[in-house]
Design a protein. Structure first.
Length: 237
């Protein structure tokens, strides 16, 4: 069974684990057959970079890196580009007021299915509580939304309170700043692949995020990492 997550033109076919009908062995005893391998999905950038999308991780429980992000939040938090909602749920489990936002109706359905609140909305459209959120979050590459990191960070800065924070996941040092087009490529081993439509996307490396944030009226308050993943906490300048 498949579902489609759309994020500002970013269409990712997310393989969902589902039950499979029982079969029978040679003795007539019902057994569960092995399901076919779910397709892989890659985000292909027009500069030649190709990233395998961690679809299973998105559908799973909050991993330690996500829990570390949630642990930095102490008040009402908005999770932008929430996808299936594992981070929104991690926030709610900590007793916080949490709102997931995604442009995809299916993403919102999946997030609500985790028992948390989600809203179908473009991040650049009017959102509840503008200027009053204690924290806004952009993880799992969502700094790429819209292909213009300065515009996106400026928008996020307008969502948080004067003393609020914005936590974003960035690329490891050395990645630089890239803006361009990308598309999603999906397929299983030995089968034909399917290519989604192109959309504007961006990458921001840890070494350039300070000047990117400064152009949006924000400054770096803290940096942290969890394994290979890098995060930055921004505040208003």
């Amino acid at each position: 069974m498949n579902s489609t997550i759309s994020l500002d033109g970013f269409d990712v076919v997310l393989g969902r684990l589902a039950g499979w009908p029982a079969d029978q062995d040679a003795c007539g005893t019902p057994v569960a057959p092995s399901p076919p391998a779910p397709p892989d999905h890659w985000l292909v950038h027009t500069d030649g970079r190709r990233d395998l999308l961690p679809v299973r991780r998105w559908h799973g429980p909050p991993e330690p890196a996500i829990e570390s992000v949630a642990a930095r939040c102490t008040g009402p938090t908005i999770d932008l580009g929430c996808g299936p909602g594992r981070l929104t749920r991690a926030l709610a489990q900590r007793g916080l007021v949490a709102l997931g936002v995604d442009i995809s109706a299916e993403a919102v359905r999946l997030t609500q299915g985790r028992g948390v609140v989600a809203l179908r909305r473009d991040v650049f459209a009017p959102l509840p509580g503008e200027g009053r959120w204690a924290h806004a979050l952009l993880v799992d590459g969502n700094i790429g939304i819209g292909g213009d990191p300065v515009r996106l960070l400026r928008r996020c800065g307008a969502l948080i309170a004067a003393d609020g924070t914005l936590v974003i996941e960035v690329e490891p040092p050395g990645a630089g700043l890239w803006q361009g087009q990308a598309y999603v490529l999906s397929g299983s081993s030995g089968e034909r692949t399917s290519q989604g439509p192109p959309f504007a996307w961006a990458r921001v490396g840890a070494e350039v995020v300070a000047r990117t944030a400064a152009a949006a009226g924000l400054r770096v308050a803290d940096r942290f990492r969890f394994g290979p993943r890098w995060f930055v906490e921004l505040v208003r300048s």
